[in-house]
Design a protein around this ligand. Structure first.
Ligand SMILES: Cc1cc2nc3c(=O)[nH]c(=O)nc-3n(C[C@H](O)[C@H](O)[C@H](O)COP(=O)(O)O)c2cc1C
Length: 220
């Protein structure tokens, strides 16, 4: 095994910086190989998880009819979501491409599968089970990028509808719906940044030294 200190931090930053969220306008129709799917799943299952519970399941979707049903859920959720923005922002929202469900060769519905036994580390923060599944998704995203596969995370959906479409057990919770496929290109920057929707937050704006000052909670 390669000693970990031979992994160049700059190379890792490059991978993290070049990961992109990909929408339908970028996917090509080249299929994702079984070998690549296997690597994506291996990466997912190397994620950390609370109490080593590995509380994840991945539904691999390639059927066009299934994708179209999920796309219908997106369409409904997206037009409802547009209403929360006013005028200019709403117009801009309506022009954004926010999914690639049918265009991507492979869709993966990623579920949290709660344990019926106590999980070490999860008693006081039950949500950490779901966070573990998010870690698995990030691993898939990074492995996809190393394979030159685009991935788009679609959250503008009715999760209960998606559960119904894939016949998921009632106790499962949808954490992410991923669209994966070969792409014509990866942008250098997040698309929402290029289009002027949002800007990158400087690191110094997200770092607090020691404690927050003057919050509603007051000093600890
Ligand atoms: C939890 C989560 C949900 C997201 N949902 C959507 C979505 O529904 N539609 C979309 O176009 N992008 C979605 N995104 C992608 C973000 O818009 C994207 O990550 C962000 O703009 C930064 O761009 P980048 O991923 O290319 O760096 C989601 C990302 C995350 C982490």
């Amino acid at each position: 095994m390669t000693p970990i200190n031979e992994i160049d931090p700059d190379e890792l930053l490059k991978l993290l910086g070049q990961r992109r969220d990909i929408r339908g306008n970028r996917f090509t129709n080249q299929p994702v190989s079984e070998q690549d799917i296997d690597l994506l799943l291996q990466a997912a299952c190397l994620a950390p998880s609370v109490g080593y519970s590995q509380p994840w399941e991945f539904v691999l979707i390639r059927d066009t009819d299934t994708k179209q049903q999920v796309k219908a859920s997106f369409d409904l959720a997206s037009s409802a979501a547009a209403d929360q923005f006013d005028d200019d922002r709403q117009r801009q929202y309506q022009q954004l491409r926010l999914e690639g469900i049918v265009d991507a060769d492979l869709n993966i519905a990623v579920f949290y599968t709660p344990s019926d036994q106590p999980v070490l580390g999860q008693a006081s923060m039950p949500e950490v089970g779901e966070y573990s599944v998010v870690c698995a998704i990030q691993n898939i995203w990074l492995m996809a990028r190393t394979l030159d596969l685009g991935l788009g995370w679609v959250s503008i959906l009715d999760p209960e509808q998606v559960k119904k479409i894939v016949n998921a057990p009632p106790e499962h919770k949808l954490i992410g719906y991923l669209c994966i496929g070969h792409v014509d290109q990866f942008g250098d920057r997040p698309e929402l940044e290029t289009l002027g929707w949002a800007q990158k937050k400087p690191i110094k704006n997200c770092v607090i030294k020691e404690r927050y000052a003057n919050t509603a909670n007051g000093p600890v």
